[in-house]
Design a protein around this ligand. Structure first.
Ligand code: CP
Ligand code: NVA
Length: 309
């Protein structure tokens, strides 16, 4: 008998639209159970290993609370306190950690580290953020869009600021869900075309002017000017990105009912003004909470497959 292949979640395009339809529906069901204080332990006695090579608040909390609510528990490992920080090969770590646990989430630097880890893992591996992608966040963002406005197909999502892990993930999502992705970045910080698949290009429009990028948008989103791992560039970036701040003027270019999203943590007065992030179009707290619900659905799907009840 051949073993069932392990399903990982390393990039947004690891799932098809049909799989997303299923996972988003499960997230809705699991959110309702959570709000009703309904005990639901399909992952009783399962262990999630969470490996962090970068800082986190939301990702750690949502995965740890999520596996607990599903009946399992989490083990937190970081680079500083484990042998990973002392040069143990990632392949060896994957062999060992995946023999003792049922599912693994990693936040690390290059995507190739995650790929190598997953190739040596006996259990599903989830991308908790790499330099290139942040699929769990975009999954939560799309779930949030559905909750607020319905299907995202045919809509326009505008990204202002850095062409970073979030933007490359949104581009994969645009192709899968069928929406248009506008992006405006400062000169010198444009999209790396190596990270944009040929098949995704028809869904992407690049703009020099951030106001033009926002015109007619259904959703405007941004993120920090300096992502984790790029801290040495902080001062140079602050000067280069000064005009790429989502303020009331930029939001005013979007549709009147456009939403504002930010994966957080945010820097008010840099990539977003306080009046926008704390204003009526902002859904950032729902976005953060929804990490919990979509990741529970994700872990349930990776470990148990499709459920009928
Ligand atoms: N949005 C997000 O991933 O937040 P953390 O860095 O706090 O996990
Ligand atoms: N782009 C940011 C996201 C943080 C959640 C980073 O990688 O630091």
């Amino acid at each position: 008998m051949t073993a069932k292949p392990i399903k990982h979640y390393l990039q947004f395009n690891d799932f098809s639209l049909e799989e997303y339809d299923y996972v988003l529906e499960r997230a809705r069901i699991l959110k309702r159970k959570f709000k009703n204080y309904e005990t639901y332990h399909p992952l009783h006695d399962r262990t999630l290993a969470m490996i962090f090579e970068k800082s986190s608040t939301r990702t750690r909390l949502s995965f740890e609370a999520g596996i607990h609510q599903l009946g399992g528990h989490a083990v937190f490992l970081n680079t500083r306190d484990t042998q990973l920080g002392r040069g143990e090969p990632i392949e060896d770590a994957a062999q060992v950690i995946s023999r003792m646990t049922d599912i693994i989430m990693i936040r690390t630097f290059g995507q190739e580290i995650l790929e190598r880890f997953s190739q040596h893992s006996r259990v599903p591996v989830i991308n908790g953020l790499t330099n290139e992608y942040h699929p769990c966040q975009v999954l939560a963002d799309i779930f949030t869009y559905y909750e607020q406005r319905g299907p995202i197909k045919g809509k326009t999502v505008t990204w202002i600021g850095d062409a970073n892990n979030m933007s490359y993930t949104w581009i994969q999502a645009a192709e899968i869900f069928g929406f248009t992705f506008h992006i405006s970045t400062p000169p010198g910080y444009r999209l790396d075309q190596k990270l944009v698949a040929e098949s995704s290009r028809p869904f992407v429009r690049e703009f020099e002017d951030p106001r033009a990028a926002c015109a007619g948008a259904d959703l405007v989103s941004t993120d920090v000017w300096t992502s984790m791992g790029y801290e040495a560039e902080n001062e140079v970036r602050k000067a280069a990105f000064a005009q790429w701040c989502v303020n009331a003027d930029l939001m005013g270019q979007a549709k009147p009912d456009a939403l504002f999203m930010h994966c957080l943590p945010a820097h008010r007065g840099e990539e977003v003004s306080a009046e926008v992030i704390d204003g009526p179009q902002s859904v950032v707290w729902d976005e953060a909470e929804n990490r919990l619900h979509v990741q529970k659905a994700l872990m349930e799907y990776l470990l148990l497959g499709r459920l009928t009840a």
